[in-house]
Design a protein around this ligand. Structure first.
Ligand code: KG4
Ligand code: ZN
Length: 342
């Protein structure tokens, strides 16, 4: 079964082809990505209307590229999987519209995929895939969640952010420091030259007794600190970046360890854009090794949004029998869509 995956939920157009045979883990044949970062940079963040228009321009050329690279023809595609949500409504509509049009033209079934399920299952594309059950730490620009995962589609929410997501905390703090968009990678690069203990920043909800997160207060604390520094901010920026990153990373690793202890599980899967953060990986590797927990990540280039994870999640849902692809080409998208409602 050849599955074409289309991702267009935010500022990346991702297309991929995955081959799924029987119950074996699906294999990625090829994938292509166009990032809109440069286009949105001038505005300091994603402009939804520009995002949608750019997806329209990119989807078909990227699909042709992926087909050519894998030596497949469009007619060989058995199922078209696309991101149905959550994400920007207009951006999602582009992927869903193209997927359903392709399906109708080829007389092939289509399948709407949950973007976060894509992130969650993306480590199955790595050289060291996890096994169920595991605790998942899902850390992206829009979500921060800890989940118990017993199988495909079997997700129990253990805790989530009550305000900003971890990626948002990176992005907003970076913006306050004048580091541009997207702030996460820029802030973490600068943090490498700074002292993570230089500034005392809050670790929100660290001792709340539950597995929820809150990052809005951290952003305010960073802003207060930046104002206090005034003209000295330039000189101390790396220290402030390192201290901000340390606060985010500490909350994430401590809550992950608590989730592992509470569930009694010995496997952690980290997914989503913030999963690319080096400091987070280093800390988690250290504490998980101590706790006798195996930790899995997606390949670095598959941490942020991509089509491979959508083709993968679609394939795994089909294989599990949880969902069938259908020849229903009247599509809708779900800009808001809780993962545990799947
Ligand atoms: O998963 P993703 O690509 O998109 C969403 O579904 O939201 O995540 C994007 C987020 C952004 O907030 C970005 O700043 C953050 O992931 N991010 C990072 C790093 N790379 C991406 N945050 C910290 N360190 C990084 N290396
Ligand atoms: Zn994402």
């Amino acid at each position: 079964m050849l599955v074409l995956g289309i991702e267009s939920s935010c500022d990346e157009t991702g297309i991929a082809l995955v081959r799924a045979e029987g119950a074996a883990l699906p294999v990625l044949l090829s994938h292509a990505l166009h990032s809109q970062i440069e286009m949105h940079q001038a505005y300091g963040g994603v402009v939804p209307e520009l995002a949608s228009r750019d997806h329209i321009r990119r989807v078909l050329p990227l699909t042709q590229q992926v087909l050519a690279e894998s030596g497949q023809r469009l007619a060989d595609v058995d199922v078209v999987a696309y991101t149905r949500g959550p994400g920007l409504a207009g951006a999602l509509l582009v992927g869903a519209g193209v997927a359903c049009a392709l399906g109708a033209a080829l007389d092939k079934p289509v399948l709407g995929v949950h973007h976060l399920e894509g992130h969650l299952l993306s480590p199955f594309l790595s050289a060291d895939p996890p096994e169920f059950p595991f605790v998942a730490l899902l850390v992206s620009g829009g979500h921060t969640q800890l989940m118990r995962v017993d199988g495909v589609g079997r997700y129990e929410m253990l805790g989530e952010t009550i305000d900003d997501a971890a990626g948002e905390a990176f992005d907003k703090s970076a913006k306050l420091m004048g580091l541009g968009y997207p702030g996460g990678p820029a802030l973490s690069r600068l943090a490498e030259q700074g002292d993570p203990t230089a500034f005392k920043l809050p670790r929100p909800l660290l001792h709340s007794g539950n597995l929820d997160f809150s990052f809005a207060g951290l952003k305010t604390a960073v802003m207060t600190q930046a104002k206090k520094l005034g003209d000295d901010l330039e000189l101390r920026k790396a220290d402030l970046a390192a201290s901000t990153q340390a606060a985010i990373v500490e909350v994430l690793w401590r809550k992950s360890i608590t989730a592992l202890q509470r569930t009694g599980l010995r496997r952690l899967v980290v997914a989503g854009g913030v999963g690319a953060n080096k400091a987070l990986r280093t800390q988690l590797n250290t504490v998980c090794a101590k706790a006798g927990v195996r930790v899995h990540y997606p390949e670095l280039h598959l941490c942020t949004d991509n089509g491979a994870m959508i083709a993968m999640a679609g394939s795994m849902r089909l294989q599990s029998g949880l969902q069938a692809a259908t020849r229903t080409y009247a599509f809708d998208v779900k800009p808001r869509w809780p993962l545990d409602s799947l």
